[in-house]
Design a protein around this ligand. Structure first.
Ligand code: MG
Length: 270
């Protein structure tokens, strides 16, 4: 785990990944570089899940590294990562059927861009409020959105770990893309389901709010998930936005935090 100052003094970043208490390997992967952050949660037998999430994160790292923040296209990048996972699974029998979630965000001039497939999540935390910016592409997520399940029923639904969209299965992948204006003091949090499945949104917001040090907040959240049984791998990335990353014009009209989210439900294909 590390806390790093990203740039001069405008972003503070923390990240942590933990195998948990039940799994024997960590199939999560993450990326945290200058103004680009991602998490991936791999699935598949043997080591395949680990390979899938690693490939996805490697593609994010190389695409962002090559293009830089101005030319980086999140949808295009996720499409490439999908293609690479499919190719790898075709080339090696032991990797057949592997897949991964992928949630990628970039920060540029006070705007957060989000690209997302799967059931990992991006949140925006502003003061005491927390908003989930991504839709869960899971059986339960779909049932919740269509009003066929209540949030209480969803918590113990047997299909809550079954995902409906992931990289690695079809070249025609629907990718959710969205964006949000950021405010000074906001925190952006990415995590895999090993965290959000057993730690509530309010607990996440409270833990992040308790410390200005995102590294400490990451450690606190991992500790909380482990205390609840740590049944899955746990990965969390927190980016805290300081004054100087937000253009002064956006300070004039504070945006209330609502639940409209960043996801474009129509999605977009690469
Ligand atoms: Mg998981």
């Amino acid at each position: 785990m590390h806390a790093i100052l990203d740039g001069v003094r405008d972003l503070l970043v923390g990240f942590a990944t933990d195998v948990g208490l039940v799994r024997d390997r960590n199939e999560d992967a993450y990326f945290a570089a200058s103004r680009c952050y991602a998490v991936a949660d791999g699935m598949g037998g043997h080591k395949a899940g680990e390979v899938a999430s690693k490939i996805a994160i490697e593609v994010v790292a190389s695409e962002y590294g090559e293009r830089g923040s101005a030319a980086f296209d999140i949808a295009n990048c996720i499409g490439k990562a999908n293609h690479r996972v499919i190719q790898a699974s075709r080339n090696r029998d032991e990797l057949e059927g592997m897949g991964t979630t992928l949630t990628v965000v970039t920060l540029c001039e006070g705007v957060l861009k989000v690209g997302h497939v799967g059931d990992s999540r991006a949140y925006l935390i502003r003061a005491d409020s927390i908003v989930q910016l991504t839709d869960d592409h899971s059986v339960v997520g779909e049932l919740l959105r269509s009003g066929l399940l209540t949030p209480e029923e969803a918590e113990c639904h047997p299909g809550r770990h079954a995902i409906t969209r992931a990289l690695g299965f079809s070249e025609n992948l629907d990718i959710d893309i969205g964006e949000r204006q950021l405010m000074p003091g906001d925190a952006v949090l990415l995590c895999t389901d090993g965290l959000h499945d057993i730690v509530s949104d309010d607990e996440i917001a409270r833990t992040v709010g308790m410390s200005n040090d995102p590294d400490k907040a990451c450690m606190g959240l991992v500790k909380l998930a482990r205390a609840r049984g740590g049944h899955d791998n746990i990965t969390v990335v927190i980016v805290r936005i300081e004054e100087s990353d937000v253009p002064s014009s956006s300070l004039l009209v504070p945006e209330p935090l609502d639940a409209s989210g960043a996801s474009d439900s129509g999605g977009r294909s690469p």
